[in-house]
Design a protein around this ligand. Structure first.
Ligand code: ADP
Ligand code: MG
Length: 377
C-alpha cells in the first residue's frame, strides 16, 4: 500500500511525499458500554487501516486528497472553520491540526496531503480514528515532534470529540494507537491506562455488518448512559465500576427493575473483560469465546441494546464449528456482530445465506486478524 500511495501522491502533486504514516481500524473485542462506567475494555487493532502521506509547501497552502473522495480540497492555513457537505471528511485532519497546539505542538502551515485506505468507512471499524492517528503522526513529524504514543492518541480523540463533534470514548484512538499484531489492547478507562495482551496467533475475526441502525440510536445510547449513572447513584457509588455483582444483587430493592438489569449488565461485563484477560493469559480461547457470547446474551436480555438481526447472527454463528464465540461489537442498537474463530472457519457464506433468507438483505463480511498500531513508515 505504501508504494501505491507514493505513486498516487507523485501523480497528484508532482513530487514524492516527505512523510508517510499508517494507523489501523479497530474492533471492540469485549467491554460493552463499560468505558463511561469507568471499567476496562479490550479492543483489537485490525490488519487494515488508513495511510497518510504529506509533503510541506512553502506557500502556506493546504491541499487534502483521499482515494475515497473526489477532487483535492484546498483549505487556507488561516481558515479554521469546520466544513460541511462533500468535503467534510477533511474535518478529521483539520481537527488534528486544531488540536495540536493544546498538546504543545505547532501545526504545520502549508502541505499536500493524501489519504489511502483499505478499511471500509462508516462500518463501525473506526476509520475515523485511523485517519486521525495517521494524520497526527504525519503532522507531528513535520512539526519535528515525537511525543509519547498516549499524546498522539489524545490528539486524535480531541479532534474527534471537539472538532468533528463525535463524543466517542478512548477505545477507538487507544486501540489504533497501542495495537500490536497478535495482541489485544486493554484499556482501563479511568486512567486511561493502556496495555497490550497477547492473543494466540490463530485467532481470526469475522465481522458481519448488518448496516441496520436503530432510528433513535443516539437517544438510546444517551438513555443507557443516564440509566447507568442513576443506578450508580442509587447504589451509592460514583461509577458502576466501584460496585460488583454481589452488591447489585444485595441492593436490588433500591433499583427499579430496569436499572437493576442495566447495572447487572455493566458489573458482569466488567468481570467478563477481566476474566477474558485471565483466560487469554492461559491461552484458553474456548473460554474467551464463551465470555464473548455471554457478553452478547447480556446485551440481549439485560442491557437491551441488541436487535433481532444481531441476535440472529450470534445464534447462527455460535452453532457453527470453529467459532469460539460471537457478540455485537460497538454501542449496539444495530451495527455489526464479530465472531472469533479458528483459522479453520470457512462458513461465512452460509451465515450470509441464512441472514438473507431471514431478512432479505446480505450483511457485509470482513475477515481480519489483529495488526500493528499507528506508526510512521
Ligand atoms: P467509522 O469510524 O466507524 O468508520 P465514522 O462515521 O466515525 O465511522 O467515520 C467515517 C468518516 O471518516 C468518513 O465518513 C470520512 O469522513 C472519514 N474517513 C475515514 N477514512 C477516510 C479516508 N480514507 N478518506 C477520507 N475520509 C475518511
Ligand atoms: Mg468513527
Amino acid at each position: 500500500m505504501k508504494s501505491q500511495l507514493i505513486e498516487k501522491f507523485c501523480a497528484l502533486y508532482g513530487r514524492v511525499p516527505e512523510i508517510v504514516a499508517y494507523a489501523p481500524g479497530r474492533i471492540e473485542f469485549i467491554g460493552n458500554h463499560t468505558d463511561y462506567n469507568g471499567g476496562p475494555v479490550l479492543g483489537a487493532a485490525l490488519d487494515r487501516g488508513v495511510w497518510v502521506a504529506i509533503a510541506g509547501r512553502a506557500d502556506g497552502r493546504r491541499q487534502f486528497s483521499s482515494d475515497q473522495r473526489g477532487a483535492p480540497v484546498e483549505v487556507r492555513a488561516e481558515d479554521s472553520a469546520k466544513r460541511t457537505g462533500a468535503t467534510s471528511w477533511v474535518n478529521y485532519p483539520l481537527g488534528v491540526l486544531a488540536a495540536m497546539p493544546g498538546f504543545g505542538a505547532k501545526a504545520p502551515a502549508g502541505f499536500d496531503f493524501l489519504a489511502m485506505s483499505n478499511l471500509p468507512a462508516g462500518a463501525g471499524l473506526s476509520s475515523s480514528a485511523a485517519i486521525e492517528l495517521a494524520s497526527a503522526l504525519a503532522f507531528l513529524e513535520m512539526a519535528g515532534e515525537r511525543p509519547p504514543r498516549e499524546i498522539v492518541v489524545k490528539i486524535g480523540k480531541h479532534a474527534e470529540n471537539n472538532f468533528v463533534g463525535v463524543p466517542c470514548g478512548i477505545l477507538d484512538q487507544g486501540v489504533s494507537g497501542f495495537g500490536q499484531k497478535n495482541c489485544l489492547v486493554w484499556i482501563d478507562c479511568r486512567g486511561p491506562v493502556f496495555e497490550t495482551v497477547p492473543l494466540p496467533a490463530d485467532a481470526h475475526f469475522w465481522i458481519f455488518n448488518t448496516h441496520t441502525k436503530h432510528a433513535l440510536v443516539d437517544g438510546l445510547y444517551a438513555e443507557r448512559h443516564r440509566e447507568c449513572m442513576a443506578a450508580a447513584q442509587a447504589l451509592g457509588v460514583g461509577l458502576l465500576v466501584e460496585s460488583n455483582a454481589a452488591a447489585v444483587e444485595r441492593d436490588q430493592a433500591r433499583l427499579t427493575p430496569e436499572a437493576f438489569k442495566r447495572a447487572k449488565h455493566i458489573v458482569d461485563e466488567i468481570a467478563r473483560v477481566t476474566e477474558s484477560r485471565s483466560a487469554l493469559a492461559r491461552g484458553d480461547l474456548a473460554q474467551v469465546g464463551r465470555l464473548l457470547t455471554a457478553s452478547h446474551r447480556s446485551s440481549q436480555f439485560l442491557f437491551e441494546n441488541s436487535t433481532a438481526e444481531l441476535d440472529f447472527l450470534v445464534d447462527v454463528l455460535t452453532a457453527m464449528e470453529h467459532v469460539f464465540g460471537a457478540r455485537l461489537t460497538g454501542g449496539g442498537f444495530g451495527g455489526a456482530v464479530m465472531a472469533m474463530t479458528s483459522g479453520a472457519f470457512g462458513e461465512a457464506q452460509a451465515v450470509v445465506a441464512a441472514y438473507r433468507a431471514r431478512f432479505g438483505a446480505a450483511p457485509e463480511v470482513l475477515h481480519t486478524q489483529t495488526g500493528d498500531g499507528a506508526t510512521l513508515l
